[in-house]
Design a protein around this ligand. Structure first.
Ligand SMILES: [Mg+2]
Length: 230
């Protein structure tokens, strides 16, 4: 496969997952007891649900509500006991101050480094809450990107094709010279395709065996296929 000039990269469930240790600690402050391991399993289960519902494509004005709902459902799926509404709100407020999606998926950094090494330009296109650039710098992934587009900051969310076009404009690269990698068939793949960009699915939990677009388990596997690096 000839590497494209640029790759646009999603963040949640593509590069990182939630830090479940920290979520368990915050939940504990609201007297909700839950094990990080149960949250890990719930996170994979919630990923499958997220493919059915468009939670992530929230408008800025609705984000606090939909964001707390995400953590409420995560707690519920993990079998947490206690006042889940209060705990979910507390977790969401904490997330707005310091992004909780801070555990890199296996192969994320290696994949980004490999793409950079092949001369591919990289941009983040994320539906987030204004903290994704700080997050990526804190966990050591920010260095790989030429530009970071956070839906909250620019006021456009995936799957709106304009957010992908904005990233391309910043890079000075045409749609047919780029690929978009992400875990959501709607937000990432359909959105990118509407902007004329080829979509590649990252499927960390193996929820999309039926997918008709190229599909990889991790960003590292995608980079290997693209560059031949191992
Ligand atoms: Mg995602």
């Amino acid at each position: 496969m000839t590497p494209p000039r640029a790759v646009l990269v999603d963040v949640g469930f593509t590069l990182v997952v939630c830090d479940t240790e920290e979520i368990a600690t915050i939940a504990g402050k609201s007297a909700v007891r839950v094990e990080p391991e149960a949250l890990d399993a719930a996170q994979a289960q919630l990923h499958a649900e997220l493919q059915q519902y468009s939670w992530a494509s929230h408008a800025k004005s609705q984000a606090p509500k939909s964001g707390a709902l995400f953590f409420r459902r995560l707690l519920e799926l993990s079998g947490a006991v206690g006042d889940l509404d209060t705990a979910a709100t507390t977790i969401w407020e904490s997330h707005l101050r310091r992004n909780l999606w801070r555990r890199p998926l296996p192969g994320a950094a290696e994949g980004l480094a490999s793409l950079r090494g092949a001369g591919v330009r990289l941009a983040v296109v994320s539906n987030s809450e204004g903290t994704v650039e700080t997050l990526l710098n804190e966990i050591g992934l920010g260095q790989f990107f030429d530009t970071i587009v956070d839906s909250w900051v620019v006021g456009i969310a995936k799957p709106d094709p304009r957010i992908f076009q904005l990233a391309l404009t910043r890079l000075g690269i045409a749609a047919n010279e780029a690929m978009m990698v992400g875990d959501s068939l709607v937000a990432d793949i359909q959105g990118a395709e509407a902007a004329g960009i080829r979509g590649v699915l990252i499927d960390p939990f193996g929820h999309h065996e039926e997918a008709t677009v190229p599909r990889y388990r991790s960003l590292r596997d995608f980079a290997i296929a693209l560059t031949g690096d191992t």
